[in-house]
Design a protein around this ligand. Structure first.
Ligand code: SF4
Length: 267
């Protein structure tokens, strides 16, 4: 069971998890409101429009984004602790990376910028870039395979086709290009989806090749529409558009926009 768990409309979860009491729901909503405010502040900073040409952003952008990411983590910890207090086991822990066999999708430009910054901070940029390039090649092959099956070209951006390719990719059991030894090399910089994803079933069920995988009880805490709107506003001001599939977006940002330069954070 895969669940996109909108905190305002909980769906299809085990009884205890689906009945979020109002005080818990209010806390989760307040986290989203605080995150939205930080993102709106980013959207009002000066100098965003020239990013694609100058490869620089206000240092305040980075500071506000770090605080927003911290709040995402805090809200997840709060919810996981709530579930545990209800007697539900959440097996997610360091060293378990079954969920990193999914190719993250729906990644915003802001998240991609943060990951890109993390790639440069990691000291292993060339390796991470190479792994992203290899993963993108696999996705392209799968897209061609889908085209063959359909007997004609697919619109790669169409959601159903995208999901079809991503599902095929998942079945290959390839780890994410940023995963090494079951650890995320960009953990502090990981996208929202990776911060808001956890399991209520045995950890091994999260492995796409495990026979119980279709029955894994996975929760993805959803981000609110207000947060999405604030992200869209930043994206419009930055005047760049990137693929929402993690490795494709990272490659476009690296090659087409940044030409491998690190982001310059200016005071
Ligand atoms: S970005 Fe990190 S946490 Fe997210 S899927 Fe990749 S390796 Fe896993």
């Amino acid at each position: 069971m895969k669940v996109e768990h909108d905190i305002t409309h909980p769906v299809n979860l085990p009884a205890v998890a689906s009945e979020i009491p109002s005080p818990v729901r209010e806390v989760l909503t307040s986290y989203q409101t605080r995150i939205e405010k930080l993102l709106l502040k980013i959207g009002c900073l000066e100098g965003l429009e020239t990013f694609a040409f100058e490869h620089s952003l206000p240092h305040q952008f980075l500071l506000l984004l770090q605080r927003a990411m911290g709040l995402f983590d805090e809200s997840s910890r709060f919810y996981v602790n709530y579930l545990r207090r209800q007697g539900l086991a959440v097996p997610c822990q360091e060293g378990c990376a079954h969920c990193c066999q999914n190719m993250p999708a729906g990644t915003s430009v802001v998240e991609l910028l943060y990951l890109y910054h993390g790639m440069h901070q990691s000291g292993v940029f060339p390796r991470l870039f190479r792994h992203s390039f290899e993963a993108e090649q696999v996705l392209t092959q799968l897209l061609l395979l889908c085209q063959d099956r359909c007997g004609g070209p697919l619109a790669a951006t169409a959601e159903s086709h995208r999901d079809q390719v991503l599902q095929l990719y998942q079945r290959l059991g390839n780890p994410c290009s940023f995963s090494r030894g079951n650890l995320c090399q960009l953990y502090p910089y990981r996208p929202f989806a990776c911060r808001l994803h956890f399991s209520l079933s045995p950890a091994c069920w999260c492995d796409p090749r495990h026979f119980q995988f279709p029955h894994a009880r996975i929760i993805n805490l959803a981000t609110s529409n207000c947060v999405h709107d604030a992200l869209d506003r930043i994206e419009r001001r930055l005047q760049i558009h990137l693929s929402e599939i993690l490795v494709c977006g990272i490659l476009e940002l690296t090659v087409n926009v940044m030409q491998f330069d690190p982001i310059r954070w200016v005071h």
